[in-house]
Design a protein around this ligand. Sequence first.
Ligand code: FES
Length: 170
Amino acid sequence: MNRLNFLKQISSLFGISIITTYTLESCNSNELDEDQNVLTEDEIIYNDLKNKTTENGKYLDGRILYVDITHDNFSSLNTVGEFVNDYDNYILILRKSDDLFQTFSNCCPHLGTFNQWSYSNGSFRCSNHGNRYGTANGAISNCGSGRTSGNLKQYVTTINQDILIVDFEG
Ligand code: FES
């Protein structure tokens, strides 16, 4: 993600006033890194997110979830084809390829089971009744709708260095 897109995303998350605050703080205090270089706005925001995800690897701010994929709680995401079922936020986070992370509702479209998922060959399988659901866009099968096929509901997921940004509005 380039700098402009990142700032746009952050500004939509926190509101322009927060960006302004960050800007003013960076101008006023000239936050420095360990080599005494003045931090950029991007670096200040990134460092703030790293601090907020230190405890358990994630930080929920309204409808935006930040996940530090270097945290032990999300170490599965270091491997392509692995996923994390985050019960707190009702989501499955999948590392689909080296560069692509996807986030889905963990609610089975069939009867709503959330904790019996496995992943292989591009789809999730719920072992409660053995139905499989895809990871593509469109043809969404919603939580507990009784459907036995289709794709899981997906949330827009981007990455800034090693922090995933999941937009529950997306
Ligand atoms: S509840 Fe998931 S397949 Fe039936």
